[in-house]
Design a protein. Structure first.
Length: 446
């Protein structure tokens, strides 16, 4: 099969042409048959009229004494009057030397018979009319030569030629229309071919409207956006892992090398505690990085209704916080999402509040219209407006002097932000008198 026939445009053209052939060829054949029948009916009507005129003249006794019959219609020039015994008693000049035109006779009360018969020289269309009602009355025959359109197959050739022209026109029109319709597809394909794995920021052109091509372009762009986000997450994971894991791994290596060089001076218990502490930090960093890489991906598809008040109560019941937590929870505030991820956001916000609180932490759940609001406040130091966005970046610490062990992995707020975005919500710092207030807003469901 040729490349043209394998293309969508070629296949559509072939199908449309085949359908046109299935429609136009039977129509052409039927039209030819109908046209032939109409022409034949008209010819028989002419011969019948002439035969009836001659029969009327015979009944009135107005036939010429010499037996000649005048031609009434130039096309119907073969006229004979045949007696009951088969003798030709009158004839037109054109039929004078011809034998009896036909043996067909009206019988059984039928006054007119129309048929086609062949003479030695040609085939003619003929009508036979009985002069009287009795079987012994003469019969008038009026005939004419077959018209050219009936004598040849020109009628069939014309109709089939017209059908062929319509089929070709249908194929050509389908080829043009399909090409115009598929032009945006070719543009989209070319733009997709230009997208490279090293640069997924490019997007295809979205045609206006709401047709299938516009929806396809939007789906392609959404897919490219997800691929770009996934690739960015992978690059970020590799960058963060290589940067943040280097310090604890270097510390582990230094301690182990020191113990290997000076085994007698090494405090094994202290070494084990230190290495376990660094190992715990490594495990925490890796777990948080993997969670960040997985948020919003197809791996987490277990979305379910989550009551935020119940979620807060369960989280607080399992914690052993040193700073007291006061809860102000409105029941019936439900969101749809991944329960484990939302619980992780709450835990991260509570951990952050516990680290910075002086005397207490407050957690509240409420609803504002179609938005569910989860707020975590502490009475510690306020966050400057210039830092309220920066603290959600990975490994950002406002207090450079704070130790890493006391400050966690540095990924808690970044995880909270990504989870909120994956759930079509947001988390941000809002104004709070005498402390810091972190607010998570998510679409509420009934």
């Amino acid at each position: 099969m040729s490349l043209w026939a394998r293309s969508l445009r070629g296949r559509v053209t072939i199908i449309a042409t085949a359908i046109a052939a299935l429609v136009f060829i039977p129509v052409a054949v039927a039209a030819g048959v109908m046209a032939r029948a109409l022409v034949t009916s008209g010819v028989h009507r002419d011969t019948r009229d002439v035969a009836e005129q001659v029969a009327a003249e015979l009944r009135e006794g107005r036939l010429a004494p010499d037996g000649s019959i005048a031609v009434r219609d130039p096309a119907v020039d073969l006229i004979q009057v045949v007696a009951a015994d088969g003798r030709i008693v009158a004839t037109s000049d054109a039929a004078r030397n011809l034998p009896r035109l036909s043996r067909a006779e009206p019988r059984g009360g039928v006054q007119v018979v129309s048929t086609r018969t062949c003479l030695p020289s040609e085939c003619v269309y003929l009508s036979a009319v009985r002069v009287g009602a009795g079987g012994g009355d003469p019969v008038v025959y009026a005939a004419r030569s077959a018209p050219d359109i009936l004598a040849s197959h020109s009628l069939e050739v014309i109709t089939l030629a017209q059908a062929g022209a319509l089929i070709v026109l249908t194929g050509w029109a389908t080829w043009l229309v399909t090409g115009r319709a598929l032009r945006p597809v070719a543009t989209l394909r070319a733009e997709l071919d230009a997208v490279e794995a090293s640069d997924l920021s490019r997007r295809v052109t979205e045609p206006p409207g709401e047709d299938e091509l516009a929806q396809l372009a939007r789906s392609v762009n959404r897919t490219l956006a997800r691929l770009e986000r996934s690739a960015e997450q992978q690059r970020q994971f590799a960058s963060d892992a290589s940067h943040e894991l280097r310090t604890p791994i270097a510390g582990l290596r230094a301690q182990l090398e020191s113990a290997q060089l000076y085994p007698a001076e090494t405090d094994v218990e202290s070494l084990v505690k230190s290495t376990l502490r660094d190992t715990d930090r490594l495990e925490a960093i890796i777990s948080d990085l993997l969670l960040l890489a997985r948020i919003g991906s197809r791996m987490d598809t277990a979305h379910e209704p989550v009551d935020l008040a119940c979620l807060v109560r369960q989280e607080l019941a399992g914690r052993g916080d040193t700073v007291p937590v006061r809860a102000d929870l409105a029941d019936g505030v439900v969101v749809r999402g991944v329960r484990l991820q939302l619980a992780r956001v709450l835990a991260n916000l509570l951990d952050n509040a516990q680290r910075h609180a002086e005397t207490g932490v407050r957690v509240s759940v409420s609803r504002e219209g179609d938005t569910a609001v989860l707020a975590v406040e502490n009475d510690g130091a306020q966050i400057a407006p210039a830092d309220r966005e920066r603290i959600f970046e990975r490994f950002t610490r406002l207090d450079a002097a704070r130790s890493r062990d006391a400050g966690g992995t540095g990924l808690g707020l970044a995880i909270a932000r990504d989870v909120a975005m994956a759930h079509r919500g947001q988390v941000r710092v809002e104004d709070c008198r005498g402390g810091a207030r972190f607010v998570l807003r998510l679409p509420a469901v009934e």
